[in-house]
Design a protein around this ligand. Structure first.
Ligand code: ADP
Ligand code: MG
Length: 615
């Protein structure tokens, strides 16, 4: 019988390997930038088009390659960085596998130009699907320029799997951050579709962070420094009051390599215990240096997961170092202590004179305001009065008096919801609503007991309101007496510009969106003035974080984000009028039964069910 095992041809093997190394355009960006750094570049330029799907180009002024090396660099397992297995335990370069270029060349059109400093001319190589299609002598600056076009041109399934340009751009930006943050001594430029996203001059770590994430970052950073036999830790944590609702700026680097480590993340979070609420995320930029032989970066092909020899010790050192820094720099938490007696004394306060929380007694005390403050939204918005809260319905019920609701409601109901209510039932329902555990609004209908989830119901109401406004551009804007100045970093600014039109449609007004300082001159009625910054911050964070996976329209994404952030929360006290408004506005919705996040908004406990309890 004939033998059936054959060695795979190289281009097939490369394509298979590419599946692991290159998941998306951002993976190419990472590999090319790391190669530029390994080549000793002092300036690196990243140029992309259409989220990297059309073009990814990295230009460096590093050591360049000879003609032979240039050809060899595209062979699998061809590397100049290690020569023996022993070298693996003493790595000082980013790359070592020698598979990146071979993989990339297997699944894209690659054009490389490179010249070593001491050669007169350089070489240009063009490779398509692992085959060298041309090689020429060229005049080119010292260093290497590699452009990667039409990624996955020969693997349609992969290509179709790519997300929208914006989403891919976001992944690329993440990789760019990770590389730029560890190499402040290298100058970086990043262009997307012809416009400059980042221009980072050579500097120190702290300024590099500020250049990337915005100048306001500078004042937020608390330095962290510690040197022990096991590890040297340097970097910064963000002051607790700037903790975010969503995972934002959290970076670990080990020996100049970005790493992910849930365990070490936990150590940092533990150091913040008592200083921030449990659902908030602290920001950090922490650089660890350990003996290269005590760390195994080999366990994952994309190389962000690592294994430390002595993780437990590292954990303990990290936690106490961060704690110490927070204490030393006298970082006082800004929290609402008034409403949460269970909070521990924060670390920074121990052994210090107690500062009494400021308590102001308000004669026109309003329970609504109190609860919205107590639910831990930090510096976030407060609904200042019941009136203000009613403003949330502005637009939906513009011309309708609360008293007149019933008739209007019935009309729209009979279209979509037909059988839920009859006139009599509405009468009955209006007569009695009450709130259960600050979570549900209860009412009766003919068939039984109506239980509405206040948070989800309000999300649905706001979602439809905003969706309508974004598409028909009828949002009511409230002009600010004093325009508000907010600072954003380049990335945030890019998002703002992306969603500007929709924001304007629902009532936001901006004076200019070109520079880091943005003047807000108007806001939708539902956004209280004190909360503008927070709402915009969340909007940007949520928008970036992935509601936008390409399946929803921008209007839907924004309406979702806004409704999530502005809806009445669980735990808020609602007065009678607000309860009524909630019930009526919910059933005026096109799809009252589900929240925008596909959760049930209300249920009816039937008379039969109740009867059963008594049988
Ligand atoms: P690795 O980085 O793991 O060695 P790569 O496939 O990324 O593998 O690169 C192969 C080799 O090509 C590198 O070892 C290096 O010698 C050379 N090389 C790649 N990119 C550059 C560059 N920008 N400048 C100089 N040499 C490079
Ligand atoms: Mg490499």
């Amino acid at each position: 019988m004939a033998d059936i095992i054959k060695l795979l041809p190289d281009h097939v093997a490369n394509q298979i390997a590419a599946g692991e190394v290159v998941q998306r355009p951002a993976s190419v960006v990472k590999e090319l930038m790391e190669n530029a750094i390994d080549a000793g570049a002092s300036t690196i330029k990243l140029i992309i088009k259409d989220g990297g799907k059309t073009l990814i180009q990295v230009v460096d002024d590093g050591m360049g390659m000879s003609e032979t090396d240039a050809r060899l660099s595209f062979e699998r397992h061809a590397t100049s960085k290690i020569t023996s297995a022993q070298d693996l335990f003493n790595l000082h370069t980013k790359g070592f596998r020698g598979e990146a270029l071979a993989s990339i060349a297997a699944i894209a059109h690659v054009d490389m130009q490179t010249r070593k400093e001491d050669s007169e001319v350089g070489v240009q190589l063009k490779i398509e699907g692992s085959k060298i299609v041309s090689q020429e002598v060229v005049a080119t600056p010292k260093g290497t320029s590699i452009s990667v076009k039409n990624l996955f041109f020969n693997i349609p399934a992969r290509r179709n799997f790519l997300k929208s340009h914006q989403v891919e751009l976001r992944h690329i930006t993440d990789e760019f951050h990770r590389v730029a943050l560890v190499h402040p001594n290298i100058e970086f430029h990043f262009y997307n579709n012809g416009s400059e996203l980042f221009n980072l001059p050579k500097t120190k770590h702290r300024q590099r962070i500020a250049h990337i994430f915005g100048n306001r970052m500078e004042d937020r950073l608390v330095p962290v420094n510690e040197e022990t036999e096991v590890v040297k830790i340097s970097g910064f944590v963000c002051k607790p009051e700037f903790a975010k609702k969503s995972r934002g700026e959290q970076f670990f680097f080990a020996n100049d390599r970005f790493i992910k480590s849930p365990y070490l993340h936990h150590a940092v979070t533990a150091a913040f215990e008592g200083l921030i609420k449990s659902d908030m995320y602290p920001g950090y930029f922490l650089y660890l240096e350990v003996d290269p032989s005590s760390i195994d970066i080999n366990i994952h092909p994309t190389k962000t997961e690592v294994k430390f020899d002595d993780e437990n010790t590292l954990y303990a050192i990290l936690r106490s170092t961060v704690k110490h820094s927070l204490g030393q720099f006298n970082v006082a938490p800004v929290l609402d202590f008034d409403h949460d007696p269970n909070l521990d004394t924060p670390y920074a306060y121990k052994e210090k004179d107690a500062i009494l929380p400021r308590v102001t007694v308000d004669a026109s005390f309003n329970p609504f305001k109190e609860t919205s403050e107590s639910k831990g939204m930090g510096k976030s918005f407060q609904k200042t009065s019941v009136k203000g809260w009613e403003g949330m319905y502005e637009g939906l019920d513009k011309d309708i008096d609360v008293e007149e609701f019933s008739s209007v409601v019935i009309e729209s109901e009979s279209e979509v919801q037909g059988t839920l209510y009859t006139d009599e039932e509405v009468e009955e329902r209006l007569a009695a609503t009450f709130q259960l555990r600050r979570k549900y609004v209860m009412s009766t209908v003919r068939s039984g007991l109506l239980v509405i989830h206040q948070n989800r119901a309000h999300e649905r109401i706001l979602f439809e309101k905003f969706l309508g406004e974004i598409t028909v551009k009828e949002g009511v804007s409230q002009q600010l007496l004093f325009p508000l100045e907010l600072t954003f970093n380049k990335q945030e600014l890019a998002v703002l510009n992306e969603i500007k039109e929709s924001l304007t449609n629902i009532g936001f007004a901006f004076e200019s969106l070109e520079h880091e300082t943005v003047k807000v001159t108007g806001v939708p009625l539902v956004v209280p003035e004190s909360g503008i910054g927070t709402v915009l911050d969340r909007l940007i964070a949520d928008y970036m974080e992935g509601f936008n996976d390409g399946t929803l329209s921008q209007a839907e994404v924004l309406a979702k984000v806004l409704s999530k952030n502005l809806a009445i929360r669980t735990g808020e006290v609602l007065d009678q009028e607000s309860q009524l408004a909630l019930v009526n506005n919910l059933f005026a919705c096109k799809e009252p039964s589900l929240s925008p996040f596909q959760k049930i908004t209300y249920t009816i406990v039937s008379e039969g069910d109740i009867d059963k309890k008594f049988s």
